[in-house]
Ligand binder design. Structure first.
Ligand code: NAD
Length: 480
C-alpha cells in the first residue's frame, strides 16, 4: 500500500501529482497508512472545470438515477464497514467500534439522501391575481466546494456530498490533509456508483494550496465548510466577497449541566462520553461540566474515579476506551491548555500526561480540572482534545447563565430528573442542539445538525433541512 500513490479524481480519471503526503497512524507513527497525491493548481482548476461540465447532465438526470447511485454507495459502505472502519481508526485514531460506527453512519446518510432524491416536489399556489398560478420549485445550486476537517473523516464528507448529489449538484471535494484515506475511499466508491464523470471530483492537499483556490473561484457556486472558527471566518470572507453561497460548521465549547436531582451514575456516564470519547475530538464534545453544589462533591469523586479507569491505547486494540490524539500538533495544543489551566489556578484532578504504550503514538491521559471559573481560558477557548473542566455553581439559574456564557453555541446538555428544569433549559439554552439526560455528542443522521453564535453560519446540514443550502428557490408565474 505504501508504494501506491492515491491520486486525485478529476473528470472520472485518477491523477497523481508532483507532490504527495504521507498519512501516518497516530496510534503507531511507524505505521504508514498510505501516500496521497497533493493536487497542484492546474488539477484544482481542471476539477472545477470538470464539475461545471458535468452539471448539465447530473442536474437533469431522473430522481431514479440519483436514487440508484446514492443507494449503491450506501450498500458498498455497509458491506465494507469493517475494512473502512479499520482504515478510519488507523488514520484518525478513534477506536475501532467508534470508527466502524462512523462508516455505518455514512452508509445510512447515503440511504437517507437516496430517498431525498425522490422527494423533490414543489408547491402550486393560487395567485392573488385572477388567471394566474404560482409555482415554487427548487433547483440545484451548481458546483459545490466541500471542505472537511479531520475528526470525522467519512461521516462529514458523506453528509455534505450525499446531500449535494441528491439535490442535483456537482462537487469538488477537499478532505483534510491529515486524513485523506477515508475521503479517497469514499470518492472511489462514488466514482463507480453510476454518476457521470466529473459529478464528484476529489482534490487532496492543504487549505492554503487547495482550499483557498476553491473558495475564491467563480466556478464554485457554493461552499460547505466544516472546521475551526478561525478558518471558517476566512472562508466566509472569501465567499461573501464574490457573493457565493456559504455554509459553515465550526467549533464548540459545549456545556453539560448537572443538577442536584440528577441520577449520579447517568450524569457521570454522560460526562465521560461527552468529554472523553473519540479522544474529546468532537465539535459536540462537552468540555465545561457545570455542577450545582448539592451534588458537586459526590459527582466530582465519581467522575474522577471513572476518568482514571478509562483505558487509553492503540485504536485497534480490543480493550481500548480512548485512542490517541490525532496528530503531534493537536497533542501539543492539548498539553499547552493543560499548562494554561494550571497557571490559571485550576486543580488538575487527573490526567493531562503523555502515556507510553507498546507502539509509539500520541497518547494522552484524559485531563479533568476542578475549581475552575467560567472566565478561565480553558473554559472559553476550544481545545479539541480530552480535556474537561468542572465549574461549581449555586443553582439551576446560575448553571444556565454559565452554560450560555460562551462565544459558541453548538450543543448543550442537562442531567436532571426535574421536568421543569429540563423544559426550561431546552427553551433557553443558546445552542443549536440540546440534550436532556444524554451526552452532548451523538446525533441522528436524519434531523438538522448545527449551532448558533460562533459555531455555525448559514442553513442547517442534514435531514430535509439540507435542501436549504443545496438548492435555490424559483418562483414561476403562469397565466391560465
Ligand atoms: P481547520 O479549520 O484547520 O481545517 C478544516 C479544513 O479547512 C481542512 O480541510 C483544511 O485543509 C481547510 N482549510 C484550512 N485553511 C483553509 C483556507 N484558508 N481556505 C480553505 N480551506 C482551508 O479545522 P480542523 O483542525 O481540520 O478541524 C477541527 C475543527 O473542526 C474544530 O474546531 C472542530 O470543532 C471543527 N468541527 C466542527 C464540526 C461542526 O459540525 N460544527 C464538526 C467537526 C469538526
Amino acid at each position: 500500500m505504501t508504494n501506491t500513490v492515491h491520486g486525485n479524481l478529476i473528470a472520472g480519471e485518477w491523477h497523481e501529482s508532483g507532490q504527495s503526503s504521507i498519512n501516518i497512524n497516530p496510534s503507531d507513527v511507524s505505521d504508514i497508512v498510505g501516500v496521497y497525491a497533493s493536487a497542484d493548481s492546474s488539477q484544482v482548476q481542471a476539477a472545477m472545470d470538470a464539475a461545471q461540465a458535468a452539471f448539465r447532465e447530473w442536474s437533469a438526470v431522473t430522481p431514479q438515477q440519483r436514487f440508484d447511485a446514492l443507494d449503491r454507495v450506501a450498500t458498498e459502505l455497509f458491506a465494507r464497514k469493517d475494512e473502512l472502519g479499520t482504515l478510519l481508526a488507523r488514520e484518525e485514531g478513534k477506536t475501532l467500534p467508534e470508527a466502524i460506527g462512523e462508516v455505518a453512519r455514512a452508509a445510512y446518510i447515503f440511504k437517507y439522501f437516496a430517498g431525498e432524491s425522490l422527494r423533490s416536489g414543489g408547491e402550486l399556489i393560487q395567485s392573488v391575481r385572477p388567471g394566474v398560478n404560482v409555482e415554487v420549485t427548487r433547483e440545484p445550486v451548481g458546483v459545490v466546494g466541500i471542505i472537511t476537517p479531520w475528526n470525522f473523516p467519512i461521516a462529514i464528507p458523506a453528509w455534505k456530498i450525499a446531500a449535494a448529489l441528491a439535490h442535483g449538484n456537482c462537487v469538488v471535494f477537499k478532505p483534510s490533509e491529515l486524513v485523506p484515506g477515508c475521503g479517497w475511499a469514499l470518492s472511489e466508491i462514488i466514482s463507480r456508483s453510476g454518476v457521470p464523470s466529473g459529478t464528484l471530483n476529489l482534490v487532496m492537499g492543504d487549505g492554503h494550496s487547495v482550499g483557498e483556490l476553491l473558495v475564491g473561484d467563480a466556478r464554485v457556486d457554493a461552499v460547505s465548510f466544516t472546521g475551526s472558527a478561525a478558518t471558517g471566518r476566512k472562508v466566509a470572507a472569501s465567499c461573501l466577497a464574490r457573493m457565493a453561497k456559504v455554509q459553515l460548521e465550526m467549533g464548540g465549547k459545549n456545556p453539560q449541566v448537572i443538577l442536584d436531582d440528577a441520577d449520579l451514575k447517568t450524569a457521570v456516564e454522560i460526562c465521560v462520553q461527552s468529554a472523553f470519547f473519540s479522544t474529546g475530538q468532537r465539535c459536540t464534545a462537552a468540555s465545561r461540566l457545570i455542577v450545582t453544589e448539592g451534588i458537586y462533591q459526590r459527582f466530582l469523586e465519581a467522575l474522577a474515579e471513572r476518568t482514571r479507569s478509562l483505558r487509553v491505547d492503540h485504536a485497534l486494540a480490543q480493550d481500548t476506551d480512548i485512542g490517541p490524539v490525532a496528530s503531534a500538533g493537536q497533542l501539543e495544543r492539548d498539553l499547552s491548555y493543560v499548562a494554561i489551566g494550571k497557571q490559571e489556578g485550576a486543580t488538575l484532578l487527573t490526567g493531562g500526561e503523555i502515556l507510553k504504550r507498546k507502539t509509539d503514538g500520541h497518547y494522552l491521559s484524559p485531563a479533568l480540572f476542578a475549581e475552575t471559573t467560567a472566565q478561565m481560558r480553558i473554559n472559553r477557548e476550544e481545545i479539541f482534545g480530552p480535556v474537561a473542566s468542572v465549574i461549581r455553581v449555586k443553582n439551576y439559574e446560575e448553571a444556565l447563565a454559565v452554560a450560555n456564557d460562551t462565544p459558541f453555541g453548538l450543543s448543550s446538555g442537562i442531567a436532571t430528573t426535574s421536568l421543569k428544569h429540563a423544559a426550561h433549559f431546552k427553551r433557553h439554552s443558546q445552542s443549536g442542539m440540546v440534550m436532556v439526560n444524554l451526552p452532548t455528542a451523538g446525533v441522528d443522521y436524519h434531523v438538522p445538525f448545527g449551532g448558533r453564535k460562533a459555531s455555525s453560519y448559514g442553513p442547517r446540514e442534514q435531514g430535509s433541512h439540507a435542501k436549504e443550502f443545496y438548492t435555490q428557490v424559483k418562483t414561476a408565474y403562469i397565466g391560465t
